[in-house]
Design a protein around this ligand. Structure first.
Ligand code: ADP
Length: 211
């Protein structure tokens, strides 16, 4: 099953991609995670994209496409994958169509207020990646992960300024993909304003049980 998870920042693409990846046994390919890992390791790629991510702008299409192309060429992605955060522009989607055939596009919907609310209190475990929210889903001990005891951090692009810009970029550059994939008959809308558990149930209905 070759899937794209589409939607504004904070819609829950990453959280749900992790859950669906486990349940359906297909890898999660998150361009955001790939860029953040490169920044952490201070690789050439990391140096190139650090400021772009900080501002909430998009990494250039050509660079992003080449990274995804390489990733999808790996053995574990042969039978299926979840693209989480890619494509984000029409040129990226067009490039992807030249080397991959997608089975479905899950479109996560949530209001702008919902996005701002979620992202402006988000905390992530440095060790295992579990996501918390200072108000809606706090960890038991402040700053410490319930699951593994790791330290919680706030993403540098989860400032109000960067969140607002990411929403703006989403509307201008990414939202046109909804019509693009609708036109191909691939789009499946999911209301992601509720809990991850609820959203997962909806996704199961749309995708069917794992084979
Ligand atoms: P979110 O959806 O919460 O904004 P992501 O982890 O998907 O977070 O992306 C974080 C940042 O990584 C984006 O703001 C952008 O700078 C960069 N990025 C991720 N995916 C892409 C992409 N497909 N094209 C260009 N830039 C990307």
């Amino acid at each position: 099953m070759k899937l794209i998870f589409l939607g504004p920042p904070g819609a829950g693409k990453g959280t749900l991609a992790t859950l669906v990846s486990k349940e359906y046994g297909i890898p999660q390919v998150s361009t955001g995670d790939i860029f953040r890992e490169a920044i952490k390791r201070e690789t050439d790629l990391g140096k190139k994209v650090k400021e772009i991510l900080g501002r909430g702008d998009l990494v250039p299409d050509e660079l992003t496409v080449s990274i995804v192309r390489e990733r999808l060429a790996r053995e574990d992605a042969r039978k299926g994958y979840i693209l989480d955060g890619f494509p984000r522009t029409i040129p990226q989607a067009t490039a992807l169509a030249e080397f991959q055939t997608i089975d479905a596009v899950v479109n996560f919907t949530i209001s702008d207020d919902g996005v701002i609310q979620r992202l402006s209190g988000r905390e992530i475990c440095k060790n295992c990646g579990t996501i918390y929210h200072v108000k809606n889903m706090p960890s038991k001990v402040k700053g410490v992960c319930d699951k593994c005891g790791g330290v919680l951090y706030t993403r540098p692009d989860d400032t109000l300024e960067s969140i607002t810009n990411r929403l703006d970029v989403y509307k201008k550059q990414t939202e046109p993909l909804i019509a693009f994939y609708k036109g191909k008959g691939l789009l499946r809308d999911i209301d992601s304003s509720t809990s991850p558990e609820d959203t997962l149930i909806q996704i199961r209905k749309v995708l069917g049980q794992p084979r």
